[in-house]
Design a protein. Sequence first.
Length: 359
Amino acid sequence: MTPWRPEQIWIAPGEEDTPIARRVRAALPDVPCVTAEVGESAAADRFAAGKRRLVLQRHRGSWLQHCPAGTAGLVCCNYLVVNFASNCPYDCSYCFLQEYIANNPAIKAFTNIDDGLAEIATVLRAHPQRDFRIGTGELADSLALDPITGLTSDLVPFFAAHRNVTLELKTKSDCIDNLLRLDPQDRVVVSWSVNAPTICSNDEAGTASLSERIAAARRVQAAGYRVGFHFDPLIEHPGWAEGYRETVAMIAAVVDPRRIAWISLGSLRLSPGLRTAMRARPTTTQVLGGELVPGPDGKARVWRGLRMQMYRTVEGYLREAFPNVPSYLCMEPASVWQQVRGEVPSDREVAQRLVAGAL
Ligand code: SF4
């Protein structure tokens, strides 16, 4: 895939000489760049317009957060998230950012990375007995901006030097060239969100193709990284079972199962606000056409019977292809775990088993 290029770069006053700003300007010498606070777009589809601008600015406030999956009533894997960027150049039809950052849609890369790493180091030092899992892919794709920001050249050496943490870089890109030059010391998992081939082609605009993602996974494995896969969101569509079977087979044909850290399954989840935001934008998606019912967190999901069928079907393909790879359900209540997996581990057990590779 061709790496993303913004049409404009805005650098907040005072941030011009930060390493991130210098790298971005060196990578994109011909992209117009202004030093100013970011202005508002007057475009009709402000969200799409925001995805054409890159803003470099300081992050304010605390960096580390608990993953929102820690919502009451859902089994959680005790995952922490840190956001070194906000928004994503891709445009998946179901992306929750359409609602979450609707009023502030520019693509932001934060310039004070050292502050974030210092905060993480303090937490790791304060809890030497705990094994942390930290991800950067909540409000952004972890690697989509890496060809221009070079962020992984800061992150991988930092996490490689700490023994009680695993960094997860979650992506739908194949932007792995910088990673191949770094030594992760087994502390970094690069994971890909994957879907049935039809969904990847129709609903994940701008992302790497499914084959490109899987080929990239093979290349980072060869460079010493463990990989992960997130079948999330599982989406009902004509031929869904065959589509997910094909995706599992494509991964199994290329990727070394001994170096897969984890695989997750999650159902399509749409908040009322996200459904409204999706309807307000030009879209050809069929995602909104399925029968959805509200869950304990207020988000609509596929009705329970079909959800169970989809989980069991895809889990079956995964067990057959990867019998020893840990897998888990993302953002589902205990009752769904019980029905699909026949057990309800505590949040702590889920986290410990993922670290130990035994879920
Ligand atoms: S890749 Fe992730 S963050 Fe980017 S548009 Fe798709 S769902 Fe949103």
